[in-house]
Every structure is written in structure tokens, then in C-alpha cells.
Design a protein around this ligand. Structure first.
Ligand code: MEV
Length: 317
């Protein structure tokens, strides 16, 4: 039987990195998706391939040994780990379509993982259960990356505007931010695992300095949640700007990211900050009424897209 599922990428509005220390965060699913199609394999190997990423890998189902036949991509590990926890080992053909850049802060690994787990459930005639997929996808990210919060995987699984509480409870915030967000991304890519480890090290070296920084990010996120719920959107820009300064203090800023953050403000964004892991990757700008101006200025130096929302999380097709 042929099984297809897709899941959206995300952008983080508030709280990245602090979320790894059990603090709250807010993210929104964006209309860029990963789609996985699974078929029963005609031979004794499992194949994982992607035209978009130009790779082909063969897996020996007995020992899960991976043989790269063409290209390479870190994303294969997420698919492989998903197969390990959600499949019986019988040979499959797995095909990935991805319409977002990798390592640009859009949560491509979470989207691929969530879509793979859902396609596998559907392949096994299991009805998809979103909380269960979110929880398993988080487990996959931890296995592959070493450390991860449930934020990216929850946003990709549920879709919409997500508040993740400090104790891992997901709630959906109802607020219309359509036509007000721009994502700018650099050509250099950050490695999430390395960035998370770097912040952990800085915190462990100076806990008396870094704990208040992390606590301040948590307070910003709580305040932003209230602002979103009460439709006080004019508070969001300033909160983003403060959050950006604190991400810089955590050591995840780069010259390119910083340039984009300030260019966006010059073009009229009410707020802008690093989004995601940093160290390369992307920024988010909140720019109601100034989307075209911000897109224009960012595209002069780097890449930028308007962040259209995905209210739909993971779906089977
Ligand atoms: C990465 O998109 C977000 C981080 O907070 C890491 C995580 O939440 O796992 C940097």
C-alpha cells in the first residue's frame, strides 16, 4: 500500500534556547512542508531518496546499515531513526519532497520526522494520533541531535500558533499574524546540536550570569503570550528586540544575522530577532504594513520569504 503524509516547517517567535532549559516558547507553523511517501519495496533493501535534496540511500533492514548511493544529507538520519522506532524492519521505499531550505531555522528535520512517523502509522493502517506523533518525533530528535526541546516537533505536528509551557504542555493561541512576518535566512547554516551545546556550556561556566538571561527570555515569552491572546500586537516588536539582545548574550548571534536584524528594523519592522538555533540560519521580523519593504531590503543581501501560516499540522494524503 502507498502511504503519504506531510508536515509543516516552523519559525520560533519567542523563547528558543531558553526552551531547552525547561522555559516556555512560542512558535508558528509555516506554509513550507515536508512530504513523505512510503511504498513496499520490491527488493530486500529499504531505500530512502529525495529528488529535492539529490540523495539516495540503501538500508540493510537486518542491521540498519546505511549505504549512501548518491549525495548526502543529515536529514536521512531522522528518517532512519523514525523507521527504527515506528516500523517492523520490512523493506520499504521512502521518498522525501521538501520545499524549504535545510539548516535555515525552518525546522526541516522536525517536519521530515513528523511526516515520516505519520506516513508509517498510515502505512500500518494506524489512525494518526497527533500528541503521540509529536512525542515520538521529539524522541527521534533527541536520539539524532543529542538534545532538543519538544518545540519544533510539536509545532510541526499540531500546526498553527503554538505556546509550549515550561512543563511541555502544548496550547494553540488564536491570533491573526497573517501578512506581518518575514523570515530572512543567511547562506551559512547553523548546526542546532552544536548551538544548543554551546549555550549549555556558557550557562554552566557562568550560571549566576546566564540563569537570569534565560529567566528574562521566559518572562518575555509569557508577556508575548498575553499580548497575542489579548490582541495587543503593538507590544510584540519591542519584546522581539529584547529577546534578540538576550540571544546575542547567549552567544548564538553572527555578524550576518545581526546585519539582517538591523536591516529589517531600518526598513520599518517593529521588531526583529534571530529565530531558531542561530550561528547562521535565520531571523524573523514582525513588520505589519511593511512586509514588502523588509523583504526588499533583506533580499538585497541575503534570502527572505514572507512567512505564510500553516494552520494545518501533520496530515495524511
Ligand atoms: C531550534 O529550532 C530551537 C532550539 O531552541 C533548540 C530546541 O528547541 O530543541 C535552539
Amino acid at each position: 500500500m502507498n502511504s503519504t503524509a506531510s508536515a509543516p516547517g516552523k519559525t520560533i517567535l519567542f523563547g528558543e534556547h531558553a526552551v531547552v532549559f525547561g522555559k516556555p516558547a512560542i512558535a508558528v507553523a509555516v506554509d513550507k512542508r515536508a512530504e513523505i511517501t512510503i511504498n513496499k519495496s520490491q527488493n530486500q533493501y529499504t531505500t530512502i531518496k529525495s529528488k529535492d535534496l539529490d540523495f539516495l540511500a540503501e538500508i540493510n533492514p537486518d542491521n540498519y546499515y546505511l549505504n549512501l548511493k548518491k549525495g548526502k544529507s543529515g536529514i536521512i538520519k531522522y528518517i532512519l531513526q523514525s523507521l527504527l522506532i515506528n516500523h517492523d524492519g520490512s523493506p520499504l521505499d521512502v521518498d522525501l519532497k521538501l520545499d524549504m531550505p535545510i539548516g535555515a531555522g525552518l525546522g526541516s528535520s522536525a517536519a521530515v520526522t513528523v511526516a515520516t512517523l505519520a506516513a508509517l502509522d498510515n502505512y500500518h493502517d494506524k489512525k494518526i494520533n497527533i500528541p503521540q506523533i509529536a512525542q515520538k518525533a521529539h524522541q527521534v530528535e533527541i536520539e539524532v541531535q543529542g538534545a532538543a526541546s519538544p518545540l519544533d516537533t510539536a509545532t510541526s505536528a499540531y500546526g498553527g500558533l503554538i505556546f509550549l509551557s515550561g512543563d511541555g504542555i502544548v496550547s494553540i493561541i488564536k491570533c491573526d499574524l497573517e501578512d506581518s512576518l518575514v523570515i530572512g535566512y543567511t547562506s551559512s547554516r547553523g548546526n542546532t546540536g552544536e548551538m544548543v551545546a554551546g549555550v549549555r556550556k556558557r550557562r554552566d561556566n557562568n550560571p549566576e550570569i546566564m540563569d537570569p538571561v534565560i529567566d528574562s527570555v521566559a518572562k518575555i515569552t509569557e508577556k508575548a503570550k498575553k499580548a497575542l491572546i489579548n490582541d495587543n500586537k503593538n507590544e510584540l516588536g519591542e519584546l522581539m528586540n529584547i529577546n534578540h539582545g538576550l540571544l546575542d548574550a547567549m552567544g548564538v548571534n553572527t555578524r550576518d544575522l545581526s546585519d539582517m536584524v538591523y536591516l529589517a528594523r531600518t526598513a520599518g519592522a517593529s521588531g526583529s530577532k534571530i529565530t531558531g538555533a542561530g550561528g547562521g540560519g535565520s531571523i524573523i521580523a514582525y513588520c505589519p504594513g511593511k512586509v514588502n519593504e523588509v523583504l526588499g531590503i533583506l533580499k538585497q543581501n541575503e534570502n527572505a520569504i514572507k512567512a505564510d501560516f500553516a494552520t494545518e499540522g501533520v496530515v495524511v494524503h
